[in-house]
Design a protein around this ligand. Structure first.
Ligand SMILES: Nc1ncnc2c1ncn2[C@@H]1O[C@H](COP(=O)(O)OP(=O)(O)OP(=O)(O)O)[C@@H](O)[C@H]1O
Ligand SMILES: [Mg+2]
Length: 273
């Protein structure tokens, strides 16, 4: 019998009501059109798709922050409202508490989970030990580099022991050098925790390098154009990016992506770019 998927997304559709427009009529804007795919427990799934196609909306629905019009989502048998969701955004400056130290930030999920005050520090230390990572406990977020801040935000989401970790373009605000470091660090943390990750990326190289599976979304309203199993070996390092297999997968994702954004290229040409 086939293994039951851990993450089950079936027929998810969503539209937003908009103010009536005399040229366009009413009816709102369709954002998600019948999104379906599955993921195994502990899988690393990346999502790529054109600008504004509905990726972040899909994450907000997965996180139980917004309702879908139709469809069904199960995360380890739980609905988005029941599941524990870790959510990290692009903008780490807005997600960390600036008035709290690194240690204080990592303790937030433990406080919310009702862990007694006297046990919190020990729990953070055990967690970091398990990951073989260290932090500057007494430093404030502004004293850290962008990469360190974003890693702190990711660690804070993980210490909560989420059923799934959603990362919405987490490295888009970082410089190239830091991004390369983050790629290897996130894979290390993922392997040690065994957490299931969904990761939205604008960078096709990154999306293929990190993923077991790449889900390609169409332009808005987003459909799933194709789900591509990368089949690349684990543990993984940059050497994999020099293999024929990596090139093949990357080219396929690129090809699908270009087909979706062709119209907007044409629009940019016509409007004088
Ligand atoms: N609350 C809302 N009300 C109306 N329209 C919305 C709302 N939130 C998002 N939209 C629209 O839905 C569409 C999808 O937005 P969303 O942010 O999900 O796309 P995205 O794929 O994450 O974009 P990006 O690539 O820029 O991150 C956009 O056209 C956006 O303007
Ligand atoms: Mg987005």
């Amino acid at each position: 019998m086939a293994e039951r998927p851990y993450l089950y997304v079936r027929g998810v559709s969503k539209h937003y009501e908009t103010a009536p427009d005399p040229r366009l009529g009413s009816g709102g804007v369709r954002v998600l059109d019948n999104i379906s795919f599955t993921a195994r427990k502990g899988e690393f799934v990346t999502i790529v798709g054109p600008n504004g196609c509905g990726k972040s909306t899909f994450f907000r629905i997965l996180a139980g922050l917004e309702e879908m019009d139709y469809g069904r989502i199960l995360i380890g048998g739980k609905t988005p409202e029941e599941a524990k969701i870790g959510f990290v955004f692009q903008n780490y400056r807005e997600s960390l508490y600036p008035w709290r130290t690194c240690l204080g930030n990592l303790m937030v999920p433990l406080e919310l989970d009702g862990v007694p005050r006297k046990d919190r520090k020990r729990r953070v230390e055990e967690f970091l030990w398990m990951l073989d990572m260290s932090i500057r406990e007494d430093a404030y977020p502004y004293e850290l580099s962008g990469g360190q801040q974003q890693m702190l935000a990711i660690l804070r989401a993980l210490i909560y022991q989420p059923d799934i970790l959603l990362l919405d373009e987490p490295f888009s605000s970082l410089d190239f050098q830091t991004t390369l470091w983050m790629h290897d660090k996130i894979m290390e943390v993922w392997e040690k925790t065994g957490v299931t990750i969904l990761f939205i990326s604008h960078n096709i190289h990154e999306a293929v390098y990190l993923a077991d599976k790449v889900v390609v979304f169409s332009k808005r309203p987003a459909r799933v154009v194709e789900v591509i199993e990368t089949g690349l070996p684990r543990p993984r390092d940059y050497k994999v990016t020099e293999t024929d297999q990596f090139f093949e997968v990357k080219n396929r994702v690129m090809e699908l992506f270009r087909e979706e954004v062709m119209d907007s290229f044409l629009f940019m040409e016509l409007s004088g770019f």
